[in-house]
Design a protein around this ligand. Sequence first.
Ligand SMILES: [Zn+2]
Length: 206
Amino acid sequence: MSKGKSKSKSKSVLHCECGGALRPAKAAKFDFSPLADGLQVTLQNVPILRCGRCGEETLDGAIIDGTLNSLARSLATTDAKLGGIELRFLRKHLLLTQQELAIDIGCDRVTVADWERDAQPISEQHAMRLRALVLGGKDLQNDHEKFDAALQAAFAAAREIQPQAGQILSNAVALLSKAASPPPRKAPRPTVRHVVDGDKLDVKVG
Ligand SMILES: [Zn+2]
């Protein structure tokens, strides 16, 4: 008859650096820029963890990864010109050096460096190859049939523009094998402001 007060200690509580417990909350706005490698990004309506003692707000790793993937996907599918900061973000998202990206999309390292400091704009042709790498490498890496089909379609299109599409194809396949989930990086720089709606992020927070 006596109700034992059940201690809800089933879930391990995460702690802030100050020692306070981190509790799930929702933020109307969260500045994601320090995690976005140069892009200025604001998250809206995003699940966060808030420290009960000092008020520090942090994000679950799944939200960080989901946001970075969402940003890369939206940059890769936008019609807008990709500027130096966006190009650098995408290259780092692919875990490539300037030299490696140059080989993958068929130019030289100095050209990639010029794009990234806005000394010259990226060509439409190279931008398309970069987009193919981002979309193929991130979305399809666990579905080889789907990946092959998408890649063949992408490179059939590329072949019309560029005869050495076979080389690009093999570079993309090599890239796929190392397209692990990228770690978040810190390198804030001013640029166009991106807004990501947390409600539209396809991630679960444990
Ligand atoms: Zn704290």
